[in-house]
Design a protein. Structure first.
Length: 304
């Protein structure tokens, strides 16, 4: 019987940049623990103590032919199958779906944002909101120089205002409504917008570069450069501070860029924990969720 010479117990994640003979272990902050990089990680997770754990399997609850654009706030859930928007239901025993809206553009991803008792959604050809069990169109304003927000690729909300990204244009609604002023309620970016998500005191927007849009006293948006790296659409997810670390109170935005994972705080400060450790595959779109598995919180992104 062989005697155990050494054991490895703590792991930091995949490193596909350095050669295997150069995967240098790193100490965890000021503790005695030393973490090691992995060349591969199949069906395993790394928990909060840097240990490996087998990834749990899953069971099919509901199926379709072309499902995408899943979203939930914990109380109501939606998804699209083909050209139909469905509400996802669970009665405590079985899962079911209820058709809410038909005739959507096939393959067009839906973006959602919740405001009070409404959930607004848009997919570049449709815009409307869910309220009290049904879908509703935006009301047509009767005031001069005002128009309903147009359909866009992304939608978000900050400090009483809706924002919709359509192509290169960011449309900005008047306060506490879903119409905008055609004279002043828009900003034009250099390229098509690939991300639009609010967190804390501002909005992260990408158009080949990443920007942080913060409101100033005059109501004007201040546009600050954050990264010269583009985001991968639909991979942005807001995460609460308590899921980042003990004692953290502000919220963060996590997204996948063309160069790796990004974490942005509520002031526009961004870190890239995988930069220099993981080379991203060439992908053009994706989806992402925050998964809480018995207190172990993971950002999970799927790319295509």
């Amino acid at each position: 019987m062989s005697d155990l010479i050494a054991s490895i117990g703590y792991f930091s994640g995949i490193n596909n940049v350095d050669e295997s003979v150069r995967l240098i272990p790193q100490q965890i902050n000021d503790s005695f623990k030393t973490t090691y990089s992995l060349l591969e990680a199949k069906n395993v997770d790394i928990d909060n103590t840097f240990m490996l754990a087998s990834r749990k399997g899953s069971a099919l609850k509901l199926s379709g032919s072309d499902i995408h654009s899943g979203w939930s706030n914990g109380k109501v859930a939606f998804f699209i199958d083909g050209t139909t928007l469905y509400k996802f239901d669970w009665d405590g025993v079985t899962y079911s779906s209820l058709s809410l809206l038909t005739g959507l553009a096939r393959g067009a991803r839906m973006s959602y944002v919740e405001i009070n008792d409404r959930i607004y959604m848009t997919n570049d050809t449709y815009i409307g909101y869910y309220n009290n069990g049904s879908m509703n169109n935006l009301a047509v304003p009767t005031v001069n120089y005002k128009m309903s927000l147009p359909p866009g690729k992304f939608i978000t909300y900050m400090k009483g205002q809706l924002f919709v990204a359509r192509g290169k244009v960011l449309y900005i609604a008047d306060a506490l409504c879903d119409h905008y002023d055609i004279r002043t309620g828009f900003r034009v970016f250099s390229n098509n917008i690939t991300m639009l998500k609010s967190v804390g005191d501002g909005i992260y927007a990408a158009d080949g570069n990443v920007w942080f849009l913060s409101a100033v006293d005059s109501g004007v948006l201040k546009k600050s450069a954050v990264l010269d790296i583009d985001s991968i659409p639909y991979t942005d997810v807001e995460i609460h501070g308590k899921d980042i670390g003990e004692g953290v109170t502000e919220d963060f935005l996590i997204w996948t860029s063309t160069k790796g994972i990004c974490i942005g705080d509520s002031k526009g400060n961004v870190k890239m924990p995988t930069l220099g450790k993981y080379n991203m595959p060439s992908k053009i779109t994706g989806t992402a969720v925050i998964r809480n598995n018995n207190g172990n919180v993971h950002y999970v992104a799927a790319l295509q």
